[in-house]
Write a protein that binds this ligand. Sequence first.
Ligand code: UD1
Length: 374
Amino acid sequence: MKALVVAGARPNFMKVAPILDQLECTGATRVFVHTGQHYDASMSDAFLRDLSLPEPDFHLGVGSGSHARQTARVMEAFEPVLTETRPDWVVVVGDVNSTLACALVASKLRATLGCRIAHVEAGLRSNDWTMPEEVNRVLTDRLSDLLLTPSPDALPNLLREGIAPERITFAGNVMIDSLMKLLPRARALDVPGKLGLTTGRFVLATLHRPSNVDDAARLREILDGLAIIARESPVVMPLHPRTRERIREFGYDDLIRGLHILDPLGYCEMLGTLDACEVTITDSGGVQEESTVLGVPCATLRASTERPITITEGTNRLAEWPLTAARVVAAYNSAREAGRCAVGERAPNGWEGHAAVRIVSAMESAPPFDANVP
Ligand code: UD1
């Protein structure tokens, strides 16, 4: 079996690492493509290194741009790679622009090349069509031959959209494979100690969704809320480049003076910091999942989540919407009152660190290529 695995943006790297490892273990031929959607050392290289990812066989170097431009650049650069490598499988993960772009290219070439598409993290839905990721999720699932779901809620979402059940396999959460493997190393780094913080006595905040940070009024409410929390407990905030740009553009530098602002953290640094904090406040999808497995209470600053299992089974809660500073503080207080639990105690089924084994085995046992499916 020959599998081409695509990664492009920060949240992809921890998902592809275990899959690439498992492909190697089973003796499959693997091709690793990095689209270059994220390109800063702190958004890409640090992750490749921490996760011991191999050097990409192809680096497409697409960089930033509008959605259309970024998606189009990935498509243009990916097409010749796919034609040259002719894999049996194109494996795409998550919901970023690179995910959809490569799935779309593969779907147009699948009949000619006989390649199938596997989507890892299929079936998640926020039902918020204004989210670019929701568009990417729905369309990638529609184009995929094999839909690998991370949690049971994904199955009804896919069936409702008319996806044939035989194309869907429950795989569990592959991101947690990386978490379980690297947690001891992450803890040994003692990032909080190096920052002069006490484990269990600080808040970790992350913010990067365009719906939060590109909206000047909403960003102000969030930063005001974090400033109120910071009077009580230190707030550590690694800044995504998009958020850093908006804070500068809106003239909000004064609003973050009371926070511990950091550059984006590497994978192990981030995991160690998340594991050590008392509460996390986030708008990231991945942090909702990681905090649930670590047992860290999480307050999510979004109107909806495509990961409802982190609320029903895990440690997550949504802030009331529309966001105000008071609602950010209320969500934090509610998370803090809930308190911490043990690692794995609230982890959903299949979030135990062995998802990559199920993913590769599902690819190996999938029905042979059929030009008429999907
Ligand atoms: C992308 C994903 C989002 C994911 C996020 C994680 C899509 C639609 N969005 O959003 O789902 O949660 O990654 O980070 O694919 N920039 C840099 N250096 C980089 C990368 C980006 O400075 O290495 C800056 C650029 O100014 C860029 C902006 O960040 O315009 C946004 O980057 P982009 O990849 O377009 O989207 P993200 O907001 O990172």
